[in-house]
Ligand binder design. Structure first.
Ligand SMILES: C[S@@+](CC[C@H](N)C(=O)[O-])C[C@H]1O[C@@H](n2cnc3c(N)ncnc32)[C@H](O)[C@@H]1O
Length: 303
C-alpha cells in the first residue's frame, strides 16, 4: 500500500516518486536518507532497514512521536482540529511545549494550517508563518498506524548528513536531497532551516557521496540543475540526468514555474545476498543485536 508523507515540506520529492521512480535502485541492503524532510522517497520505498537523519530537531521529533506515541499524538491532533481558528493558531504558534507529544502535535498542526502549508523557520529558528486558509488538521490520506510501523523499523537521527553517508557500506543505498542553491551559486542559497546550506556544504556532500560510491554504495542525489552543481558531480564521475518539473512554490507571479532538476546517480555494488528476497533478508538482519540497540525508543513501548 502506498504511504503518503504526512508533512508537507519545502523541496518535497513527491513529484520524483510519482513520475521518475525508475531512477531508484530495485534492491539494496539498507536505505539511508540524510536529508529526510517530508520523507517522500522513504514512504514510497518503505524499506525494511533504514537510517534517516535531518538537522531539524522538531522534524525528527515528529517522526519519533509518530513511531512510539502515535495514539496520544492523534488525540492531540483531534483536539487541535476541534479548537482550530485564528486565536488557537496564534496561541499554539507562540510557544514550543516541552512535552514531546505536544511538540510534535504543534509542528503537525502548524504544518497543516499555516499559510501555503509550509513549515519554515526564520534565521532565529522561529516559526513565524501566518495562518493559512486550510482548516483540515486530520486528513483522509493519514495512515499514522502504517507510518508508525514503518518508522519503528528505522533508526532516526538529528544529525548533519556527513556521518550518515560515511557510515554507508557497500550494498546500501543513499538518497540525498539537500537544500538547493537558488539562482546562481554566488547568488544566495535556499534558507528554510536555522543554518544555511553553504556552497562548502555542497562540496562536502559531493565528496561524501563520491567516497560512498567508491565503497560500493548506490547513490541517488537531487539538486538544482546549475552549471556549478553539474561540474561538481561531473568532476567526481557521477552520471547526471536532467528532469523537468513544475513548482507551485516558486515565488513567481503566477506561483508556478517550469524548473529543471538534476538527478545524480551511481549504481553501487550488487547486493551480497541478492538471491534472498528483501523481506526475508531484512527479517534475518533485524535479529542482529547491534541493530536492535540502535532502535529509537524514546519512552518505552509504543502506545
Ligand atoms: C530538500 S529538504 C528534503 C526534502 C525531502 N526529500 C522530502 O521529500 O520532503 C532538505 C532537508 O535537509 C535538511 N538539512 C539542511 N541542512 C542539513 C545538513 N547539514 N545535514 C542534514 N540535513 C540538513 C533540512 O532540514 C531539510 O529538511
Amino acid at each position: 500500500m502506498p504511504l503518503i508523507p504526512f508533512l508537507k515540506w519545502p523541496g518535497g520529492k513527491r513529484w520524483l516518486v510519482a513520475q521518475h521512480a525508475h531512477v531508484l535502485p530495485p534492491t539494496y541492503d539498507r536505505y539511508i536518507e540524510p536529508f529526510l524532510g517530508g520523507g517522500s522517497v522513504f514512504f514510497h520505498l518503505q524499506p525494511e532497514r533504514a537510517l534517516l537523519g535531518d538537522t531539524n530537531r522538531e522534524l525528527i521529533g515528529v517522526y519519533e512521536t509518530v513511531a512510539w506515541r502515535r495514539k496520544q499524538l492523534e488525540s492531540r491532533l483531534k483536539e487541535h482540529q476541534r479548537k482550530h481558528g485564528q486565536r488557537h493558531y496564534y496561541q499554539i504558534r507562540a510557544a514550543i511545549p516541552d512535552d514531546p507529544v505536544e511538540r510534535a502535535a504543534r509542528t503537525l498542526y502548524l504544518n497543516r494550517t499555516c499559510f501555503n502549508g509550509m513549515y519554515r523557520v526564520n534565521h532565529e529558528g522561529q516559526f513565524n508563518v501566518p495562518k493559512g486558509t486550510k482548516t483540515a488538521v486530520l486528513l483522509d490520506t493519514d495512515d499514522f498506524a502504517a507510518a508508525a510501523a514503518l518508522l519503528r523499523r528505522a533508526e532516526l537521527r538529528v544529525s548533519d548528513f556527513e556521518p550518515l553517508i560515511d557510515g554507508a557500506e557497500g550494498g546500501d543505498f543513499v538518497f540525498a536531497d539537500p537544500p538547493y542553491i537558488t539562482g546562481h551559486a554566488d547568488n544566495g542559497f535556499v534558507k528554510y532551516n536555522e543554518t544555511l546550506f553553504k556552497w562548502e556544504d555542497q562540496i562536502r556532500l559531493a565528496d561524501a557521496l563520491a567516497r560512498a560510491r567508491d565503497r560500493g554504495v548506490a547513490v541517488v542525489a537531487t539538486n538544482a540543475s546549475h552549471r556549478e552543481v553539474r561540474n561538481l558531480y561531473e568532476e567526481r564521475g557521477f552520471a547526471l540526468t536532467k528532469l523537468k518539473r513544475y513548482s507551485s512554490i516558486s515565488g513567481k507571479a503566477n506561483g508556478r514555474a517550469h524548473l529543471h532538476e538534476l538527478v545524480i546517480t551511481a549504481p553501487g555494488r550488487t547486493r551480497r545476498h541478492s538471491s534472498q528476497r528483501p523481506r526475508l533478508r531484512a527479517r534475518l538482519t533485524s535479529a542482529s543485536p547491534s541493530l536492535k540497540r540502535n532502535r529509537p525508543r524514546p519512552n518505552g513501548p509504543p502506545d
